[in-house]
Design a protein around this ligand. Structure first.
Ligand code: PLP
Length: 433
């Protein structure tokens, strides 16, 4: 059960990624180890870009929501593939700048941009700010006016949709910490304020309804609410919204129980829905923007661990302990995210064992999964967790003073370290007493 076509099992019975033997990779680079298949990321970027251009025209710009996986190399890759990016912090902006990412193709998100963030982003020439709230609108406007510039902005709108996904990743609800709700009248208030505010050019609206969404119905619902709102802005304010950003959120196959998604077909369906709604509401088709994160990078990545031991508690459960855990992948601890795991050096063996995958932290909740179907394991085995390209490295911490693993990228069967393993020295670098 290897889920995706870049993963396979070779004649030795070892799991391979992009043609590289994972057992060899673990030996060469040590564990825990993040491995990414570069070709898969590039292919996904092309799928999104080609579909977006086909459906929305030459000026379509899919954005990579870079919080999913952030280091300089990924921004270089996104730039080469003609993507825009979405950044949510000064640190992400700084990393993108270091990678030489073209600033005009950056959308700056986040629900609390500090004065320093705003100023740094304007120093960089960030193309578009996605303004979250009226206080932030005032701050962005003040800084732009001080500099004598006009900043392109989108406003973050809360359409009030529950995309039937996990609550912790639902952000489109009315009581969300993000954005301005239409039903409370706050969305129209901030639109009117933005139109009347100096130093900003209101080009469009943004919404993001959630994550791990497997059909386009929630996007169609969002598009309906947003285009109706655009029509109201046109009639009440005589103002035309030129850009509609429908956010990210398309799902990824993490386990055999998840469907596979035809991303190009989804984009085409979304485009048809938006175009029909614009016609119905008597507004011009805006530039439509999608900003996938997870679906660009998740499947490309796996994490390799070394098994430290197996504990069978008769009548209760079995544990397989690995040399990583919540510091490199906090997603199970945070939202019980489901993963597929296998013993990489016996990938063909039957998965006839049930175990909880335990991390090495002093925390009972430090688990990578419970009651997982896997092969029998023993100390020294290489264990692979699949589909860890998104929200793993980017969410990693140094809890228990555990250094972050390196990231190795596979290109055409060759492996290349793109992020070094942290050292103990790195951990104490900022300790000055
Ligand atoms: C997280 C996020 C995304 C990406 O979501 P995915 O589920 O990773 O595709 C896009 N836009 C915004 C505003 C986000 O917060």
């Amino acid at each position: 059960m290897v889920l995706h076509e870049h993963l396979d099992i070779n004649e030795k019975g070892h799991l391979t990624i992009g043609g590289a033997d994972t057992v060899e990779l673990a030996k060469k680079h040590g564990t825990p180890l993040y491995v990414l298949d570069e070709n898969v990321i590039r292919k996904q970027c092309r799928t999104y870009r080609e579909a977006a251009i086909r459906c929305f025209g030459e000026d379509a710009l899919p954005l990579y929501a870079s919080k999913a996986l952030c280091f300089t190399g990924i921004y270089k890759l996104a730039a080469e593939e003609g993507m825009g990016i979405d950044c949510v912090s000064g640190g992400e902006l700084y990393t993108a700048k270091k990678a030489g990412f073209p600033a005009e193709r950056i959308y700056f998100h986040g629900n609390n941009k500090t004065d320093r963030d705003i100023s740094d982003a304007m120093d960089m020439g960030v193309g578009t700010f996605v303004v979250d709230n009226p206080d932030e609108l005032s701050a962005v406007s003040a800084e732009a006016v001080r500099r004598g510039i006009t900043q392109r902005i989108l406003l973050r709108i809360t359409p009030g949709i529950d995309p039937h996904t996990h609550r912790a990743v639902v952000t489109g609800n009315v009581d969300s910490k993000f954005g301005n709700a239409i039903v409370t009248g706050q969305a129209m208030d901030i639109v009117k304020k933005a139109i009347a505010t100096d130093g900003v050019d209101l080009v469009g609206l943004h919404c993001h309804i959630g994550s791990q969404i497997f059909d386009i119905d929630p996007f169609a619902d969002a598009a309906k609410i947003m285009t109706e709102f655009m029509a109201r802005i046109k009639s009440e304010c005589g103002y035309e919204i030129r850009e509609l950003n429908l956010g990210g959120g398309l799902g990824v196959r993490y386990t055999e129980y998840d469907r596979d998604i035809d991303y190009a077909a989804c984009i085409k369906d979304i485009a048809e829905v938006v175009s029909g709604l614009c016609e119905k509401n008597g507004i011009r088709m805006p530039r439509v923007i999608l900003e996938p994160g997870r679906s660009l990078v998740a499947a490309a990545g796996i994490t390799l661990y070394t098994v430290g031991g197996v504990k069978e508690i008769p009548g209760f459960k079995n544990y397989i302990s690995v040399d990583g855990g919540m510091p490199d992948n906090p997603r199970y601890a945070l939202y019980q995210s489901q993963y597929t795991a296998l013993i990489a050096n016996r990938a063909n063996a039957p998965r006839d064992f049930r175990a909880t995958l335990a991390g090495r932290c002093c925390e009972s909740g430090d688990l990578l999964g419970e009651n997982m179907e896997i092969q029998h394991a023993e100390r020294g085995d290489t264990l692979a967790v699949l589909v860890t390209g998104a929200y793993n490295y980017s969410m990693a911490s140094n809890y228990n003073r555990i250094p972050r693993p390196p990231v190795v990228m596979i290109r055409d069967g060759e492996d290349k370290v793109v992020v070094k393993r942290e050292t103990y020295e790195d951990l104490t670098r900022n300790d000055i007493f």
